[in-house]
Design a protein around this ligand. Structure first.
Ligand code: HAM
Length: 428
């Protein structure tokens, strides 16, 4: 029996015969990951890596029991010691756990962390939505000021720009503090109660479990009702309102366009004050490229000291799919500087030896080891995009002179075998 990939998963592979699998190419992933790492570095974020699974309790207590993630999407299992474990569905809670567990707050540095890591959610698979997806996430701790919110948004927008994506909008909102939210929930409850029968079954459930989540409903009937619902912005406390206004002022000052959507609540329970999402304006599919917000209570909720915090994450799959849709050219990541084509047994062992020596010196040199016809080797040189080509046969071995050909210009130089290393060094 041939085993195949479970539903909702995908491989990242260096080559593919199918054009719809272009976004699976590892070269594209490396391109995006390199930019994300370099932008994170430029903004002073340091890498944090946490395990792929955690105690289930961690996500129940942070993401929230009534969220879609906890209530229906987690990959939870009992380990052999009968403890409940969960493949991480998101990265914020594990980073907070690690921050508390390693007493990182006591180290007198700027607490800015990033990760690039797989996440697991048992969702209905579709384009842009997978059961294993990858996030670039950034989390900051200790700063309550709106500048922190804007620094994170700026880093994320810088990442998209550097990758070459220009068709997206920044959507922001404030979900206030607990006081604002309680007042707003009550107003929502008054508003939806007379319309309960008209709501979708999912939203009716949310009415009793977590009424804010009704605002997230994709049901068209619900959306009509939602559009006339009270706005959270009318219920913000003075402090939350001032904070939100400062965020807007800072974004304007930094020339980052934004849209305010008072219905934006996000699907995770730990947010307060500023929340935001980056929405693709190209993609017809799932449009949310990334999102995040302030989570000032989470560290305390998970057993640490009260710590203002702000962070966000963006999905790599969606970014890489957009590279294709927006026809963004990416540089080939692995091309040989030189390809040897040996003709005959003696040339084969000489070229193999030379390849090994040059690689030892740090040059990526390739050799066609297939012992097939020269036409095959020439074709390989084209597809592998080798910069130089050297054919070695009896004549070259007898004379000690080779012809090194530059593929792009079709020009060549004659040099001795001994000069090869210095020739390549000069050309780098
Ligand atoms: P999230 O909005 O649930 O936030 O996920 C962040 C991003 O991950 C989404 O915008 C989307 O691009 C991508 N994503 C989520 N689920 C899937 C999926 N099933 N398939 C493909 N891509 C997906 C969080 O996870 C928060 N931890 C973000 C955060 C960090 N907030 C504060 N700090």
């Amino acid at each position: 029996m041939r085993c195949s990939l479970p539903k909702g998963l995908f491989d990242i592979i260096p080559h593919s015969l199918a054009t719809e699998e272009e976004w699976h190419l590892s070269e594209r992933w490396q391109y995006v990951e390199a930019i994300l790492r370099s932008c994170a570095r430029n903004y002073g974020f340091r890498e944090i890596r946490t395990p792929i699974f955690e105690q289930t309790e961690l996500f129940n207590r942070s993401v929230g029991e009534s969220s879609d993630i906890v209530s229906k999407e987690m990959y939870t299992f009992l380990d052999k010691g009968n403890r409940s474990m969960t493949l991480r569905p998101e990265g914020t809670a594990p980073v907070v756990r690690a921050y508390i567990e390693h007493n990182l707050a006591h180290i007198p540095v700027i607490h800015k962390y990033f990760y690039i890591a797989p996440m697991f959610r048992y969702e209905r698979p579709q384009l842009g939505r997978y059961r294993q997806h990858h996030q670039f996430g950034i989390e900051t701790f200790g700063i309550p000021y709106p500048e922190q919110d804007v620094e994170v948004m700026l880093l994320l927008s810088e990442c998209y720009k550097k990758i070459g994506l220009n068709n997206w909008s920044l959507v922001i909102n404030s979900v206030g503090d607990e006081e604002s939210r309680n007042a707003y929930k009550e107003a929502l409850s008054h508003y939806f109660l007379p319309h309960l029968e008209q709501l979708s079954p999912e939203s009716r459930l949310r009415f009793s479990r977590n009424i804010l989540r009704i605002l997230d409903s994709k049901d068209l009937n619900d959306q009509e009702l939602i559009s006339a619902a009270p706005s959270i912005l009318d219920f913000l406390s003075q402090e939350a309102s001032d904070h939100f206004l400062s965020v807007q002022k800072l974004l304007k000052k930094e020339k980052i366009p934004f849209i305010i959507n008072p219905r934006l609540v996000r699907g995770l329970d730990y947010y307060n004050k500023t929340v935001f999402e980056i929405i693709s304006t190209t993609s017809q599919k799932d449009k949310s490229l990334g999102g995040g917000g302030r989570f000032d209570s989470l560290v305390e909720q998970l057993g640490g000291a009260p710590t203002p915090s702000f962070g966000c994450a963006t999905g790599l799959e969606r970014i890489i799919q957009l590279l294709g849709e927006e026809k963004i050219a990416i540089p080939a990541s692995l091309t040989p500087l030189l390809l040897f084509i040996p003709m005959g047994e003696e040339a084969f062992s000489l070229c193999f030896h030379l390849t090994c020596r040059l690689r030892e010196k740090g040059f990526y040199v390739e050799i066609d080891l297939s012992k097939r016809k020269i036409s095959h080797s020439l074709h390989l040189a084209e597809v592998e995009k080798a910069r130089y080509l050297v054919v070695v046969g009896d004549r070259e071995i007898d004379s000690g002179i080779i012809e090194i050909k530059e593929m792009a210009t079709r020009t060549s130089d004659k040099i001795s075998f001994d000069q090869l290393e210095s020739y390549l060094r000069q050309k780098l």
